[in-house]
Design a protein around this ligand. Structure first.
Ligand SMILES: Cc1ncc(COP(=O)(O)O)c(C=O)c1O
Length: 363
């Protein structure tokens, strides 16, 4: 089966360096909150283009702690798309805030700023802009809405590490960037991990305290905190991989180019790249009215197609009673027809060819 993502292939690409980095941490005797995490925080923030990076335990926690660090929580509303990993909304709710779901822009898969604006009430404190599949959100539109209504902007960059919007890396545009280092992500560890990036020194300090029981320098909790730390092993692995990220993202874009060209005349809806962005193709997502039939056909031909996501957040049992009180028309139409095809930097030309042949045979 050709997998739609393949973290083991990436381990094998950098095996010697990764094995050495892991052995180095094991030998050091220091496993939590040490030099590896601090070094990676600096290197990652400088890559993203922010003054600060704070390592946390996951992308979900990054969203929660960024919101809490901005004093957003119980009694506040936070707007986010419903077409996203459920983790975006889980991260908002962990802060105590109420998530309010907005629709997406047709064909682009990212939050519709105009719809988000219509959802703003006096309770609204922030918008979470999710750069889904590696496609940056229309950040000019989101920042404009946020500025006019006095809202904070959190970028959910879990699927878009390294992507650029008008020359700026995602995670450097809003008040905070939230990243996930889940193994399948464009920059992935071998376990869980996350990061909050920001130019706001006060927010960075808040997140540093919140990730560690709310402790200040005196090791006393001045506010209730969490245990949400990026461990030394993950940080050491991520430091090995970060210098390769731009090359890996270029490989993803080259595969996307090849798919785009091969499927140009098939009638399939292909991923539209927003103008003036570097899309990083965390996922290559097409759309077709024959989605289920196509997925079964591809799977029976050893092509690991998948659906991200078969149900939007507001359609899932845990959330259906509260994140929207209206239908989200574009979102609901989208989830019924999307299909993810294999894409990852190490996908061989031969396997790309096999994906293309199977898709063409189906259509
Ligand atoms: C868009 C999005 N946001 C947030 C997350 C949460 O990241 P994590 O799994 O590291 O908590 C993910 C990962 O699944 C994601 O895809």
């Amino acid at each position: 089966m050709i997998l739609f993502s393949n973290p083991k292939a990436q381990y094998l690409s950098h095996k010697t360096a990764i094995d050495a980095a892991i052995a180095n941490v094991l030998d050091s005797g220091w496993y939590i909150l040490g030099k590896q995490m601090e070094g990676f925080e600096d290197e990652f923030a400088s890559y993203v283009g922010t003054d600060h990076g704070v390592g946390v335990a996951s992308g979900t926690d990054a969203i929660t702690l960024a919101l809490r660090g901005l004093s957003i929580g119980t009694g506040d509303d936070v707007i986010a798309p419903s077409h996203t990993a459920v983790a975006t909304v889980a991260g908002i709710e962990q802060s105590g805030a109420k998530a309010v779901c907005a629709d997406i822009e047709a064909g682009l898969y990212t939050i519709d700023a105009a719809h988000a604006e219509r959802l703003i009430t006096p309770q609204t404190k922030a918008i979470v802009a999710v750069h889904l599949y590696g496609q940056p959100v229309d950040m000019d539109a989101i920042m404009d809405v946020a500025k006019r209504h006095g809202l904070k902007v959190i970028e959910d960059c879990a699927q878009a590490t390294g992507a650029k919007y008008k020359g700026m890396r995602v995670g450097s545009i809003g008040d905070a960037g939230c990243f996930s280092f889940f193994p399948t992500k464009n920059l992935g560890g071998f376990g869980d991990g996350g990061m909050v990036t920001t130019n706001d020194a006060g927010l960075a300090e808040q997140v540093r305290q919140l990730r560690l029981y709310g402790w200040a320098d005196d090791r006393v909790s001045h506010q209730p905190g969490a245990n949400s730390r990026l461990d030394e092993l993950q940080a050491a692995v991520l430091r090995v991989k970060l210098p390769h990220l731009d090359d890996d993202n270029a490989k993803r874009r080259a595969i996307a180019d090849r798919y785009d060209a091969a499927f140009a005349d098939t009638g399939l809806e292909l991923p539209v790249r927003r103008d003036d962005v570097d899309h990083v193709f965390h996922l290559y997502v097409i759309a077709t009215d024959r989605r289920d039939e196509m997925m079964n056909f591809l799977k029976s031909n050893d092509v690991g197609a998948a659906i991200h996501y078969a149900e939007a957040v507001h359609q899932q049992p845990a959330y259906e009673d509260r994140v929207t009180n209206q239908p989200l028309i574009e979102t609901e139409a989208t989830v019924a027809k999307i299909l993810t095809l294999p894409i990852y930097p190490e996908l061989t030309e031969e396997d790309q060819g096999a994906v293309i042949s199977a898709v063409l045979e189906f259509v």
